[in-house]
Design a protein around this ligand. Structure first.
Ligand SMILES: Nc1ncnc2c1ncn2[C@@H]1O[C@H](COP(=O)(O)OP(=O)(O)OP(=O)(O)O)[C@@H](O)[C@H]1O
Ligand SMILES: [Mg+2]
Length: 230
């Protein structure tokens, strides 16, 4: 069993300025996540799930306390350093897919590799392997408008996985999918978690997603209410 800590969060708070005042979105969060965990934040709308994922993904910084991601204190990273951390080690799957409409499926996935120093051949191999994982090699020349919702979501997963990130962050990945597609996608992610030891962290309300999680961290009003290991 690998017990490498990939995330250590201590006494973290996050305030957002609102008018003359501020809103406390996260309060006194303490959390450790080890490499290879398949875990998720659950809790009502507004409880802080996305805010916490954004800090873990170094897209945002804590107001106080610390978030150490793969040995990097996110508060201390400059813009360039946090971009490098994301490009090399973190894959994002957003609810809205964020696919680029003018590019093909292949190019959308390849995009995640363009900031890395890889040859065209290396990129081709990695993109095709990633499309194979999600069962979409036959759609590689399609454009996002020609795909179903489930297929688009699978492209987003392929794009997040193509660089073999250490951590994948998935915000409501099943929000627009039917039950069958949700299960297919979760099975794919659970398999990648096993094969590559990729750490997956979800934010979700979806019971179907919760079934697959090994650990459920419940947030309420910006605080961790409970942590449950299955
Ligand atoms: N940029 C911001 N400025 C002000 N308040 C914000 C900002 N971003 C988030 N919040 C507030 O912080 C709280 C937590 O938001 P967050 O998006 O993390 O919730 P969530 O748990 O992801 O909810 P949902 O399930 O609806 O996606 C909410 O009350 C939200 O209004
Ligand atoms: Mg959210």
């Amino acid at each position: 069993m690998n017990t490498n800590k990939v995330i250590t969060i201590s006494q973290l708070t996050k305030d957002f300025p609102v008018g003359e005042s501020y809103f406390r979105a996260l309060e006194n969060i303490n959390l450790e996540i080890e490499e290879g965990e398949f875990t998720g934040f659950v809790g009502p709308s507004g409880s802080g799930k996305t805010t916490l994922l954004n800090i873990i993904g170094s897209l945002d910084k804590p107001t106080s306390g610390t978030a150490v991601i793969l040995g990097n204190d996110v508060s201390k990273l400059n813009t360039k350093e946090s971009a490098a951390l994301r490009n090399l080690h973190i894959g994002f799957i957003f609810q809205s897919y964020n696919l680029l409409p003018i590019y093909t499926v292949f190019e959308n996935v390849e995009f995640a590799l363009l900031l890395q120093k890889k040859s065209k051949e290396e990129r081709y191999k990695a993109v095709m392997e990633s499309l194979e994982w999600v069962g979409l090699t036959d759609k590689k020349d399609s454009r996002p408008t020609q795909l179903s919702g489930g297929e688009s979501q699978r492209v987003a997963i392929a794009r997040a996985m193509v660089k073999h990130p250490t951590i994948v962050l998935a915000d409501e990945p099943s929000a627009n999918l039917d039950a069958e597609n949700s299960h297919h996608i979760l099975q794919t992610m659970a398999q990648l978690n096993k094969e590559l030891n990729t750490t997956f962290i979800f934010a979700t309300h979806d019971e179907k997603v919760m079934q697959y999680l090994q650990k459920i961290i419940t947030l309420k009003d910006g605080r961790i209410e409970s942590e449950y290991n299955k």
